[in-house]
Ligand binder design. Sequence first.
Ligand code: ZN
Length: 451
Amino acid sequence: MKNNNAKVAKNLFEELYPICRSITGNGVRDTLQILQEYAPWHVHEFCSGTQVFDWIIPDEWNIKDAYVKNEQGIRVIDFNASNIHVLNYSEPIRGNFSFDKLKDRLYTLPEFPEAIPYRTSYFNRNWGFCLSQNQYDKLNKNEQYEVCIDSTLEPGHLTLADMELKGSEGKRTYIISTYCCHPSLCNDNLSGPILTTLLYQALEKMDLRHNYRFVIAPETIGIITYIHANEEFFRDVDGGFVITTVAGPGEFGAKMSFSHNADVDRVIRLGFGERKMKYNEYSFAPDGSDERQYSSPSFRIPIATITKDKYYEYKEYHTSKDDLDFVSGDALSETLELYISAIEKLEVNNIYRVLEDRCEIQLGKRGLYPTVSGHVKQSANEANESSPKVIGDIIYSNAIDAISWFLFYADGKTDLVTISEKSGVPVIQLHKVAQKMLKENVVALVEDPNG
Ligand code: ZN
């Protein structure tokens, strides 16, 4: 275990995994209550039957037990063994069924015979069971089965939670959103609420300029409900991240916003680039997660997502094999670092203007240039990554490069993210150069025209 975040993530996975979550009900409440021990999540309840834009909040679903028993009274399908055995949102049922009558209500995944598929029926009243193909093959096709789903589906509430960090300037607001409606499934998407909670902890320690609104809600209907309740707020949101599938063993990925080049997209690319990390870039598509709501025509908020084993792309997705063995605290912690790095870049992304823009600034008289010259660009001395050069408090493998690129583009129009894209110098290094140059009275900060 590399660090404390990894350890906390691992413990949270283990604590939250057994809970049977859905789009409503006590599973969501219990999950939020546990996460409240780590961050000040503020819980909100919305009544069943409420119209939210084109949708209606459904009745609340809760479940105590469910099984299919054979003629010997043995549970051949048992909710206690895995809560995804029940078609999520199944209405209550008790009765005896022949195999022929039962079989249309059994869901399997023949191409992955050892896995139980995860299936839901939120908006059509239905009931059923999910089981592995191997389990299905073993069922006696000539027996009578006793079926019980001890659930309730009644008027109640939809539960979600939010919290906020206010920045010192507060001109820009970002949404950080995740969903909590999946039962015992780890990468999709227990990993999302866990990372989002840890991300709050990390940002809380930073001196923030921008505002950040965090949301955990059931996917789709929960976020639609949240946007409906905060419609005016969402008119002023500049961008955001939907946090999903962040702790798998496989490859990193990034799903870009509809704009493909919004600040949230660009800082993600830069974060991977400066770490020289390989990742899969996924173009925007109007599927996936809650970016579908945030980016809908009335709001058009650009939303990007960093993933580690992206939803749809791994075999275990939406099956019982997306379990505690599939994810790890270390993987989640690595993805968390990428999110923090993206947000750090948004935080320092300013525009500067050099005060003397006619020809170069003389760096030497300000102590910003090596006093012995001639070796600039001689890689043996300068651009050796293992011995970073320090000039003032600017540390970079080639500090002169960082200073030169910064001053070249300090034209009052080009922000640090753009300079980083053009130069390859990390945004944070450019920021350190900018701070130094401000102190030396070489540049002025320009009001962000989009701020
Ligand atoms: Zn899912």
